[in-house]
Design a binder for this molecule. Structure first.
Ligand code: URP
Ligand code: ZN
Ligand code: ZN
Length: 463
């Protein structure tokens, strides 16, 4: 028997097991896992002793080619998925935005157009709903049938993205009865707007006031309200980009009560803090995203939350804007700084380094956080998110000992700074496969634009 591709002598790590094995790949799928698989007639053999074999990373929160704050995020679906691949992420779920007055279908079609000829790796969409008259509720079901099985709702950004509680409740009920997940941006937008207006009136216009006008209580209150609305609606809810202990406590309490409440955090909240604003001039704009950076002590609480399953996922919320010309739109007024930061490339190394290499959790929990749980929660499992016979051969050959210093000089994102500049990580991907095709080998990109496929997702089964 001859296989097309053999990956030999690696250490397979899934969410549950770690073991030595060879993998065989045919037609983009894993077809055999075993010891000493026959390699004689294989077209390609990759011998990887001493390396981990992980399922390809799944980043369920990115914003590629997204119009926001008077400009457009700097990575499109080609540069963004390419940078993701360099970091070991082979699937992403981006956000298709429904603008006011539009159908949900228009949002989906618009984002398909942005992605389909460009993505180098597989992708899917959540639909952001900004306008939900009763007549549009049925459209949610239609999107679910077409594989868009999650929706993002905003409790912040009044007048732009924010939905009122009644609309949120209706959307949760419809999502719950359709097998879909609601992803919630949980911040009390009304209260924040009052604080922001007061800051501007007092002449507080520097970037750090973005953080100082969005208190942790505003995030905790909205998290708690989102959970209450979901409980009343009988629906699951997934809190996105959770940044602080106050909100984490609300999620933990709800999960202790057995509610289907889930939450993600992002590397920026694990590695950066309000102290990053202590930089000269306007440079703090590099750290303007929402929710904002918090006091440093929150970081360890979030790491503990990841270990103890109070948080289930690490995503990036990759929403890159160049410092020059894009972030600079907010010189003299922090409210005009486009919100978002670049991170799609370094999620796996940052989480492995801070989590596994520093002894906070084991390698199986790492895989669960960056691939398996995202796949389960968002209807991609077991096609994605694990290493099993029949799963897509999205694989990362990962060197646990390779060290790297993150820098804008060497990263692959189309943005002129790094939020993580100078941070040293231990653990880097050497080889990255998407459906059996090599995307990255020895720092060289071998993929091509348009080879990524749209993933029609199943219902969110919960975990
Ligand atoms: O600042 C952020 N996070 N920008 C992206 C939009 C969002 O709210 O996720
Ligand atoms: Zn958000
Ligand atoms: Zn986001």
């Amino acid at each position: 028997m001859a296989f097309d591709t053999i990956i030999a002598n690696g250490t397979v790590a899934t969410a549950t097991d770690t073991y030595q094995a060879d993998l065989a790949i045919e037609d983009g799928k894993i077809v055999a896992i075993g010891r000493s698989l026959p390699r004689e007639n294989a077209r390609r053999v990759f011998d990887v002793p001493g390396k981990y074999i992980f399922p390809g990373g799944i980043d369920v929160h990115t914003h590629l080619d997204m119009p926001f704050g008077g400009t457009t995020s700097a990575d499109d679906f080609e540069t963004g998925t390419r940078a993701a691949a360099f970091g070991g992420t082979t699937t992403l779920i981006d956000f298709a935005i429904q603008y006011k007055g539009q159908s949900l279908r228009t949002a989906f079609d618009t984002w398909m157009q942005k992605a389909s000829s460009k993505a180098v790796a597989d992708y899917s969409f959540h639909c952001i709903i900004t306008d939900l008259p009763d007549a549009r509720l049925e459209e949610m079901k239609e999107l679910v049938r077409d594989g868009v099985t999650s929706f993002k709702l905003f409790m912040a950004y009044p007048g732009v993205f924010m939905l009122d509680d009644g609309s949120i409740f209706k959307a949760l009920r419809m999502a719950g009865s359709s097998g879909a997940m609601v992803c919630m941006h949980a911040e009390n937008g009304g209260a924040i707007d009052v604080i922001v207006k007061q800051a501007l009136a007092e002449g507080k216009t520097a970037p750090k006031y973005h953080a100082l006008t969005r208190p942790t209580t505003a995030e905790a209150e909205a998290t708690s309200r989102a959970i209450a609305l979901a409980e009343m609606a009988g629906a699951p809810v997934y809190i996105v980009h959770l940044s602080c202990n106050d909100a984490l406590e609300k999620v933990r309490e709800a999960r202790d009560r057995g509610l289907p409440v889930y939450a993600e955090t992002c590397p920026q909240y694990l590695y950066l803090s309000i102290e990053n604003f202590d930089v000269p001039g306007f440079e703090g704009a590099k750290y303007v995203f929402t929710p904002p950076l918090r006091e440093k002590w929150h970081q360890e609480k979030l790491w503990k939350g990841l270990k103890n399953d109070h948080l289930q996922v690490v995503s990036t919320d990759h929403c890159p804007f160049c410092f020059k010309e894009q972030k600079e739109l907010g010189v003299g007024d922090f409210t005009k700084i486009p919100n978002g930061g670049p991170g799609i490339e370094h999620r796996m190394s940052l989480v492995y380094s801070g989590g596994v290499a520093q002894g906070r959790f084991n390698v199986n929990r790492f895989v669960e956080l960056i691939a398996t749980t995202p796949a389960k929660l968002f209807g991609l499992y077991p096609r994605k998110g694990t290493i099993a016979v029949g799963s897509d051969a999205d694989l990362v050959i990962f060197d646990p000992n390779r060290e790297h210093t993150i820098s804008a000089k060497t990263h692959h994102m189309r943005v002129d700074y790094s939020m993580f500049e100078g941070i040293k990580v231990k653990g880097m991907p050497d080889l990255v496969f998407s459906r059996g095709r090599v995307l990255v080998e020895n720092e060289k990109f071998l993929g091509r634009a348009g080879q990524g496929e749209f993933l029609k997702r199943g219902a969110s089964p919960g975990i």
